[in-house]
Design a protein around this ligand. Structure first.
Ligand code: ARG
Length: 460
């Protein structure tokens, strides 16, 4: 047991208590960020004259040495230390002696852990954004390639109106663009530096908090030392953004599962992204999509968990807040894994364009257009709706589609129909006439794709 605070105690900590209390098992995840924060802190301490230049150099060299030793396997982070902060400080003192004992001047583990977590989360936000960007790029390609790939659009999971595969991908494109910008918002809002807040009430040292903030690329120092050590809002926002990403991935997964089913066959998942059955030799299962859908639950769980943990905590720091780490790490790792796998899965899947178009032709997805045709010839929409309803009923009885009816059959139900009805309800017309921005028509689609192209160029 290596503890930083033995002085006022006369007894050893009970081993079970020690284990229950320790965080080294998980906070070693931000070992590099902890050292980065310490280097900035020490640099600031020297700048304001609390440490000499020599002490600063010795401490920084010592810290860099510890990083090297850990990264190269000469030093192991073990359960012998209570937390990552203790590990670093104890090893620093071991290696450089006296100056190492000055590292923690003007600092508490409360503001230190708040800093480490923010540094870690900033890196992770960027990593999640990179993965979102990979997905957005695949969607962009699928959109560009499928402006004329017709498929049925659904409401209530019933065929509704024809759309294109580009249009369908475009819907997810918008969701993931929003997810990306949500993360940018969170980054900016959280980007204030808590170090220098001490345990809760600041410190008596003449710290230059502006300088430490600058050294660590923050926009400035936090403005209330109690809030600094007790704020976990940015984690709640992040977990909420992660939950929304997972909700989007889960809805998309559900569609992929349906499209990949034997009944639909709109897409075929690549062998590399499918799994088999131990008993049924014919099976090729969409396990990745199902797992992504399933893992959504644990990310929602993390959000609920942290909200619940935080709800009764009085100011300022309380140990309850240590619980933020494992669930946040797990949620972020889950989101990153799901994004990477999902992107690979849709990047490699084969589109069965013939099946999509065939499906769009059946199920009366052009019925609205037949009604619009009548409206174009002077029939009131409500009457047109009734007439096309009769056409649909007739087709269902004969097991044909609207396109298969003869002109005589049309005219028996309404004399307004002329030869040009076939063109008016063709799949091509149905899609191409829907050409206002946001609709599936090819010109509208090209416009949106150009906007997305500019969006992507702006990001990189
Ligand atoms: N391990 C703690 C946490 O994750 C940080 C250390 C603060 N501990 C303390 N006893 N004040 O929140």
């Amino acid at each position: 047991m290596a503890q930083l605070w033995g002085g006022r105690f006369t007894k050893e900590t009970d081993q079970l208590v020690y284990n229950f209390n320790a965080s080294i098992g998980f906070d070693q995840k931000f070992f590099h960020q902890d050292v980065r924060g310490s280097i900035a802190h020490v640099t600031m301490l020297a700048a304001v004259g609390i440490l000499t230049e020599d002490e600063k150099t010795e401490i920084i060299d010592g810290l860099n040495g510890i990083v090297k030793d850990v990264d190269e396997g000469r030093l192991e982070i073990t359960g012998e230390y209570e937390d990552i902060h203790s590990f670093v400080e104890a090893n620093l003192i071991d290696q450089i002696g006296e100056p190492g004992k000055k590292l923690h001047t003007g600092r508490s583990r409360n503001d230190q852990v708040a800093l480490d977590m923010k540094l870690y989360i900033r890196d992770e936000i960027k990593a999640v954004q990179e993965l979102l960007l990979d997905l957005i790029k695949v969607l962009h390609r699928l959109m560009k390639e499928n402006i004329h790939t017709y498929m049925p659009g659904f409401t209530h999971l019933q065929k509704a109106q024809p759309i294109t595969f580009a249009h369908h991908m475009g819907a997810y494109m918008e969701m993931f663009k929003r997810d990306y910008s949500r993360l940018t918002d969170i980054y900016h809002r959280m980007n204030l530096c808590p170090i220098g807040s001490g345990a809760l009430a600041g410190t008596t040292y003449p710290l230059d908090r502006e300088l430490t903030a600058k050294l660590l690329d923050f926009d400035g120092p936090t403005l209330n030392s109690m809030d600094s050590v007790a704020d976990r809002d940015y984690l709640i926002e992040l977990l909420s953004a992660c939950s929304t990403i997972m909700m989007h991935l889960s809805r998309f997964s559900e569609e992929i599962i349906i499209w990949n089913s034997n009944e639909y066959q709109f897409v075929e998942l690549d062998d590399a992204y499918s799994t088999g059955s131990s008993i049924m030799p014919q099976k090729k299962n969409p396990d990745i999509a199902e797992l992504v859908r399933g893992k959504t639950g644990r990310v929602y769980g993390a959000l609920t968990s942290l909200l619940t943990t935080m709800k009764g905590i009085p100011l300022a720091y309380n140990k309850d807040m240590q619980e933020d780490k494992e669930l946040t790490f797990d949620a972020i790792d889950t989101v990153k894994g799901c994004l990477a796998l999902f992107t690979g899965m849709i990047d490699t899947m084969t589109l069965r364009k013939d099946r999509m178009e065939e499906s769009a032709k059946h199920g009366f997805t052009n019925a609205t257009d037949a009604a619009d045709y009548l409206v174009g010839h002077g029939v009131a929409f409500r009457d047109a709706h009734g007439i096309v309803g009769q056409l649909v009923l007739y087709c269902i009885e004969k097991n044909i589609s609207l396109d298969d009816m003869t002109l005589e059959e049309y005219q028996k139900i309404s004399p307004v129909f002329k030869e040009d009805i076939y063109e008016a309800i063709s799949m091509k017309t149905c899609v191409e006439k829907r050409d206002t921005i946001g609709a599936p028509g090819p010109e509208a689609m090209e416009e949106v794709i150009a906007i997305n192209e500019a969006y992507l160029n702006d990001l990189v």
